[in-house]
Design a protein around this ligand. Structure first.
Ligand code: SF4
Ligand code: SF4
Length: 427
């Protein structure tokens, strides 16, 4: 997505986390990892309390979602079952919390708590976190990598979190360590954020764990799971191979903060930090937002003159891997780390000039230019030969392309063609 506004990262990094005031209504996304839909366990008219389970699914892994407020379930799932609406009564009545001493919990009990708190990866893919800690037999975990590498331009939610809550992130790391007992724990920080190192090192918890900090280059997509594993361990993992199969666990810092809150505050995954960037740099910042917040209502709340502004597009995520929000009544989900507001841009697509820039930047050592013609021709053998399925969709090739060719669309189409062929063979 080659649509740029001036970078707001420098300004946003200095802005403290601000809580968004409660809204009248929340629309909880029911889509879970793998594309399946969670099934509501409440019906229209039910009264729910904050932190109460409202929907769950078991496929391909257990997923759940909880109410961020107390109030009434206002309708059956809408938009083909994609959302469940809760009308806020502003009473903040919470579900009864079981008392336990976090220090007494065993690894198995912590694993169950993480599972039942609806915690998924906060980095975007929303893979259920507990499933990352399931290992075959006596598999030893060699590396537990804590991803503090927020390499997408513009995004600052993780930076804000590491600035304000390092102790809580370390608390989350200690909980996970009790489950996986890794030989080494490595927190990765980009060189441009190395001032955060002292935040972690000054905590007494830091010294009590087998912890080290690794400063990594500022390059994009350094924060991608495969790139991070290579930088920390030297191991090149093929896309699709689970890190756990070679004794590696990678968690985002925001995920560890959620684990801390689940264990020490008995809070479900009902809110997250979202960074906001806009051209005027006026409303940019880092906001604590409830899961299920309708994006348009959030923007209207933050920008009173929102309706009059020349905002053509809202992008969920960063400029490289983000997706356009359509329609705006879609909600903040557990993987939304940022929103970008973009003015109207006229993109002019030219033919490929064979400059090779896309090949140079590809972290997976692919040849993106090979996918352009071949997706149009549905040339599946060619797409397979050039390993289109190994693409991690980081968008570095599209960003660098001087002809502004929408390479990601070609790549997605290529992957779709291969999967359709495979499905046809299996049917
Ligand atoms: S082909 Fe493009 S999107 Fe895919 S990994 Fe390479 S640079 Fe990233
Ligand atoms: S960067 Fe764009 S123009 Fe250059 S080779 Fe790649 S696809 Fe072609």
């Amino acid at each position: 997505m080659n649509l740029l506004i001036p970078s707001t990262k420098k300004e946003n990094k200095k802005r403290a986390i601000t809580s968004l005031n409660p809204l009248k209504r929340y629309r909880l996304p029911l889509k879970a990892f793998g594309g399946t839909l969670m099934q509501p366990v409440v019906v229209a008219g039910d009264y729910v309390r904050k932190n109460q389970l409202v929907a769950e699914s078991n496929s391909p892994f257990y997923n759940s979602i909880h109410s961020p407020v107390s109030g009434w379930v206002s309708s059956e799932p809408d938009w083909d079952g994609l959302y469940l609406s809760i009308k806020n009564d502003f009473l903040e009545l919470e579900e009864d919390k079981l008392y336990f001493d976090p220090n007494d919990l065993s690894g198995e009990e912590l694993l169950l708590l993480i599972k039942e708190s609806g915690i998924v990866g906060c980095g975007g893919a929303q893979f259920p976190t507990y499933a990352k800690y399931l290992f075959d037999g006596d598999r030893q975990v060699d590396y537990f990598i804590v991803n503090g590498t927020e390499c997408e331009p513009y995004l600052t939610a993780d930076y804000a979190l590491m600035s304000e809550y390092p102790e809580q992130i370390l608390g989350g790391i200690a909980c996970v360590q009790k489950i996986i007992k890794a030989k080494h724990i490595v927190i990765t920080l980009e060189r441009q954020n190395k001032e955060l190192q002292k935040n972690f090192e000054s905590s007494s918890l830091f010294a009590s764990l087998p912890l080290a900090i690794k400063i990594v280059p500022d390059n994009y997509p350094q924060g991608g799971e495969l790139q991070l594993i290579k930088t920390v361990t030297g191991i090149e993992l093929r896309k699709g191979v689970l890190p756990s199969s070679i004794g590696i666990v990678v968690n985002n810092v925001a995920t560890l903060w959620e684990i801390y809150k689940a264990v020490y505050q008995r809070q479900k995954y009902i809110e997250r930090i979202v960074s906001l960037s806009d051209k005027e740099k006026a409303l940019g910042g880092n906001y604590l937002v409830k899961i299920g917040t309708p994006i348009e209502e959030m923007l209207k709340y933050l920008v009173p003159e929102y309706d009059d502004r020349n905002i053509a597009l809202v992008v969920k995520g960063g400029p490289m891997m983000g997706t356009i929000v359509e329609p705006l009544s879609a909600s903040i989900d557990k993987g939304t780390g940022g929103l970008m507001l973009l003015p109207q841009i006229n993109q002019k697509i030219e033919n490929c000039i064979g400059c090779g820039y896309c090949v140079e930047v590809c972290p997976q050592r692919l040849m993106p230019l090979e996918f352009i013609q071949q997706t149009s021709n549905s040339n599946i053998p060619h797409l397979s030969k050039y390993n289109v399925n190994d693409c991690i969709e980081c968008a570095a090739c599209e960003y660098i392309c001087p002809s502004e060719i929408p390479l990601i669309s070609h790549i997605r189409r290529g992957k779709q063609l291969i999967s359709m062929l495979k499905k046809g063979k299996n049917d």
